[in-house]
Design a protein around this ligand. Structure first.
Ligand SMILES: Cc1cc2nc3c(=O)[nH]c(=O)nc-3n(C[C@H](O)[C@H](O)[C@H](O)COP(=O)(O)OP(=O)(O)OC[C@H]3O[C@@H](n4cnc5c(N)ncnc54)[C@H](O)[C@@H]3O)c2cc1C
Length: 414
C-alpha cells in the first residue's frame, strides 16, 4: 500500500445507509473483499431518519410491488441470520379515506392489489379503529392490508453495520469520498479525505447526495427533496397498524395506475398554505405524505413533509414543521398535549417511475433513487451484488438506468 492509500479491496461501497450496507453484506456473502466508506456514520442519511414503514399496498402491481414484497422477505432472512436484534412488526397498514368519492376509487385500488396477491380489504370505520386507535374523526373507512410491516430503521442499520464488520467488511466512518480514481478509462477506486481506496469496483450508494455524481460525469436521473418528521413522547394508546391518509397519494403514486383515479378527489396536501393568494405562497408550499406510525416504545412518528426540492440542505424548515403540527392538531387532537422529542428532516430521492436504479454507470456501479428504500433497499443490495457477480437477476433488467420510463425535471437537475 502506498503512503496515501487508506485501504485496498475488491469492491468499495460509498455510503453506509440501508442500500450501501445491504449491498456490502450481499457482496461479502458472495466472497468479495469489501470496504465501506461513509462521510459521517451509518444511518446518517435518510436511513437513520425514517419511520421504518414497509408499505406493500401503495406499490403499483408489477416490478414495484414485486420488489417491495421481496424486500419485506429479506427482513425475515436478516432476523434468522442476526437473531432478534432489530424490531420488525407485521401488523398491517391502514389507508383511511374521508369521503365516499375517495372510497369508490379505493375499491378499485383494493381489487387491483388483491389481484396482485396482497391480503387487502376495505373495512368500516369501526373495524379500522381496532387496527389503529388514533384513527382521525374524519375517517369514514379504510383499506387494510395485512402484508404491510414496519422496522425500527436505526436498530436495523446498526445491526447490519455490526454484522458487516463481524463478516470482515472494513468500514471507514467520517471519511468523505471526493472522487473516482481512474487509470485511463478504468475505475480503480476512490479518493477520500483520508487517502485513496483501491478496488476494481466502486458502488455509489449515496442516496440524495448521488446528484453530486454529475460532477463525475454520471448524470443520475433522480430528484431530491427534504422529508420532515416529528416524533412524540410515548403515548398511552396502541396504534398497531402503520397508517396514512388521502393526502399522501400525491407523493407515492399509489393510485396513478388506476383508471378511476382523479386527483381532484383527494385534498391538496397542506391545502391551507397552497390556498394563500400571494406569490410567496408558491415558494413556501410544502407537500405532505400523510403518514403516521408508532414505534415499539409507544412514540408516534408524524410525517412526512416534503420540501426543499433539488437542495441538499438537510435542515427542517419552519414551513415543514407547520405542515406537521397543523395536520396533527387538525386530525390527531388526542396527541396535542404530548411532548415533541424529535423534529428533523432527511434527504430523500425519487425517480420519475418510482423505481430505484441499480446498474453500471461509467465504469462504476450505482444503487440510487430509492424513495421507499426501507422496502427496496435490502432486495436492491442483493440485485447489485448479482450484477457485480455476474449472476442471473430477476430484477436487474427492470432497474437499469436507460429504461424508457425514467425522465428528469431538467430545472431541478441543473
Ligand atoms: C423522514 C423520512 C421518512 C421516510 N420514511 C420512509 C418509510 O417509512 N418507508 C420507506 O420505505 N422509506 C422511507 N423513507 C425513505 C428511506 O429512508 C430511503 O429511501 C432510504 O433510507 C434510502 O437509503 P440509501 O441508503 O439510499 O440513502 P441514505 O440513507 O441517505 O444513505 C446514503 C449515505 O451515503 C453517505 N454519503 C453520501 N455521499 C458520500 C460521500 N461522498 N462519501 C461518503 N459517504 C457519502 C451519506 O452520509 C449517507 O449515509 C423516508 C425518508 C425520510 C427522510
Amino acid at each position: 500500500m502506498g503512503a496515501d492509500t487508506l485501504a485496498t479491496g475488491d469492491i468499495v461501497v460509498v455510503g453506509a445507509g440501508i442500500v450501501g450496507l445491504c449491498t456490502a453484506w450481499e457482496l461479502r456473502k458472495r466472497g468479495f473483499d469489501v470496504v465501506v466508506v461513509e462521510q459521517r456514520f451509518p444511518g446518517y442519511g435518510a436511513s437513520g431518519r425514517n419511520a421504518g414503514a414497509i408499505w406493500l399496498q401503495t406499490r403499483r402491481a408489477g416490478t414495484e410491488l414485486a420488489l417491495a414484497k421481496a424486500g419485506n422477505e429479506k427482513y425475515k432472512e436478516f432476523l434468522r441470520e442476526f437473531g432478534d436484534v432489530f424490531d420488525y412488526r407485521n401488523q398491517g397498514g391502514l389507508f383511511f379515506f374521508e369521503n365516499d368519492e375517495q372510497g369508490r376509487i379505493l375499491e378499485d385500488y383494493v381489487s387491483d392489489r388483491r389481484a396482485a396477491g396482497l391480503d387487502i380489504t376495505m373495512i368500516s370505520r369501526e373495524e379500522a379503529l381496532k387496527q389503529s386507535s388514533i384513527l382521525p374523526d374524519t375517517a369514514i373507512g379504510a383499506v387494510f392490508c395485512a402484508d404491510d410491516a414496519q422496522i425500527d430503521g436505526v436498530q436495523f442499520v446498526n445491526a447490519l453495520a455490526a454484522a458487516c464488520v463481524r463478516a470482515g467488511i472494513r468500514k471507514f466512518e467520517n471519511t468523505s469520498v471526493l472522487s473516482t480514481l481512474r487509470q485511463g478509462d478504468t475505475v480503480i477506486g476512490v479518493r477520500s479525505v483520508r487517502g485513496e481506496i483501491h478496488a476494481s469496483g466502486v458502488v455509489w450508494a449515496t442516496g440524495a447526495w448521488s446528484t453530486n455524481l454529475r460532477a463525475e460525469g454520471i448524470d443520475v436521473p433522480i430528484e431530491t427533496a427534504r422529508v420532515g418528521q416529528m416524533l412524540t413522547q410515548p403515548v398511552d394508546t396502541r396504534a398497531n397498524a402503520i397508517m396514512h391518509g388521502p393526502r399522501g397519494v400525491y407523493g407515492c403514486g399509489a393510485l396513478t395506475d388506476l383508471q378511476t383515479y382523479d386527483p381532484t378527489i383527494f385534498a391538496i396536501p397542506n391545502g391551507a398554505m397552497l390556498a394563500r393568494p400571494d406569490a410567496a405562497a408558491a415558494t413556501l408550499s410544502v407537500g405532505y405524505d400523510d403518514s403516521i406510525a408508532q414505534n415499539r416504545g409507544g412514540s408516534m412518528f408524524i410525517g412526512n413533509s416534503l420540501d426543499g426540492r433539488g437542495s441538499l440542505n438537510p435542515h427542517i424548515s419552519i414551513n415543514a414543521t407547520n405542515a406537521m403540527v397543523s395536520t396533527t392538531l387538525d386530525r390527531y387532537q388526542s396527541l396535542a398535549d404530548y411532548g415533541v422529542t424529535g423534529l428533523w428532516a432527511g434527504l430523500g430521492s425519487e425517480t420519475s417511475d418510482h423505481l430505484p436504479i441499480v446498474d453500471r454507470a461509467d465504469g462504476s456501479y450505482i444503487n440510487v433513487g430509492h424513495a421507499w428504500g426501507v422496502a427496496s433497499g435490502p432486495i436492491c443490495g442483493q440485485v447489485m451484488a448479482e450484477v457485480i457477480a455476474g449472476e442471473d437477476s430477476g430484477f436487474a433488467g427492470a432497474l437499469k438506468m436507460n429504461r424508457q420510463t425514467l425522465t428528469i425535471d431538467t430545472d431541478q437537475s441543473s
